[in-house]
Design a protein around this ligand. Structure first.
Ligand code: ADP
Ligand code: X2W
Length: 276
């Protein structure tokens, strides 16, 4: 008998929403409990504040360009330590402690993600201008077999956003971008981005201006008008990629409010939904 494939929910857990261990545990409990409701759960995480901390301690400076951290080879060493050692280690520990089986991975494991150096361009004074972001990568290709094996065997993949290119050079990839590619490759029924705000706002400082639904075609003009900026730039790009590559839906919700996760499969969708 052919086993029916379970739908995948892929969560992108942003570092800004990981304020303390108690909250992290509640959020992870809400995510992982979806496995009892017939879903396969994948967690992709970032860890911006943890990277900032470690870089500060060792005195390595870094700057963000359009939501991507310019990364020198020296900084990359510390980015990897923070993401794989600190954040991934702690999330795997918490998932295991609350009674599920987590497997911590980065894009390098099993060559799940193959990266390429990011060629960053944007309009400056009416001209396309290139920016060298150093060891910042883009996902070129995803091999979904490893997370699929794990999901089919009852494990929860907890994945972070470091990957190598075909020659073995390592790259720091924005976690939203990484997650969007993986959600597409896994044909996730839902791609859910957990951050520290309720979703995309028309005015980033006014919670009452939350946009509940947005078409991907509306993204470029919202970028041009400066509505989508900073950390929201890669988030929206990642939603576009996830939907184009095979995810069923994409949504941004508040990861500091765990109950919003339960609402996902309920009747009252929260956050900002991005539609094709
Ligand atoms: N239009 C907008 N609506 C809401 N937040 C916005 C908007 N534009 C930029 N942001 C910023 O994006 C941030 C979330 O992105 P980021 O800091 O990268 O978080 P994460 O760690 O979850 O990836 C918000 O805290 C907010 O400051
Ligand atoms: C290239 C790039 O920007 N990489 C990110 C990776 C971590 C991340 O994206 O973390 P959040 O999800 O918490 O933002 C960085 O260095 O901060």
């Amino acid at each position: 008998m052919i086993k029916k494939k379970k739908p995948v929910i892929l969560f992108k857990y942003g570092g800004n929403a990981m304020t303390d261990d108690e909250l992290k545990e509640q959020v992870l409990e809400h995510m992982c409990s979806l496995t009892k409701k017939g879903y396969h759960v994948v967690i992709v995480h970032g860890g911006g504040p943890f990277i900032k901390d470690i870089l500060g301690k060792v005195g390595v400076e870094s700057e963000f360009i359009d939501g991507h951290r310019k990364t020198t080879p020296e900084a990359l060493k510390y980015v990897e330590m923070a993401l794989k050692g600190e954040v991934n280690g702690s999330l795997v520990n918490l998932v295991n402690r609350i009674g599920y089986k987590a497997v911590g991975l980065s894009g390098k494991d099993g060559k799940m993600a193959v990266a390429t150096k990011r060629l960053h361009r944007k309009m400056v004074d009416g001209k396309w201008t290139s920016f060298d972001l150093g060891q910042v990568g883009d996902v070129e290709h995803i091999n979904p077999q490893l997370p699929e094996y794990l999901l089919n065997d009852g494990y929860i993949p907890v994945v972070t956003c470091i990957a190598s290119d075909e020659d073995g050079n390592d790259y720091n990839i924005n976690a939203d971008m990484f997650a969007g590619h993986l959600a597409g490759a896994l044909n996730a029924e839902q791609y859910i981005v957990l951050t520290d705000v309720d979703g995309l706002r028309m005015d980033k400082d006014k919670p009452e201006t939350l946009i509940d639904k947005l078409h991907v075609a509306e993204i470029p003009s919202l970028v041009e008008d400066g509505v989508i900026q900073g950390g929201m730039l890669p988030k929206m790009d990642a939603c576009r990629i996830a939907l184009a590559d095979g995810a069923g839906s994409a949504r941004i919700i508040n990861g500091t409010q765990p109950e919003q996760i339960s609402d996902l499969i309920g009747k009252n969708p929260v956050g900002t939904t991005i539609i094709k």
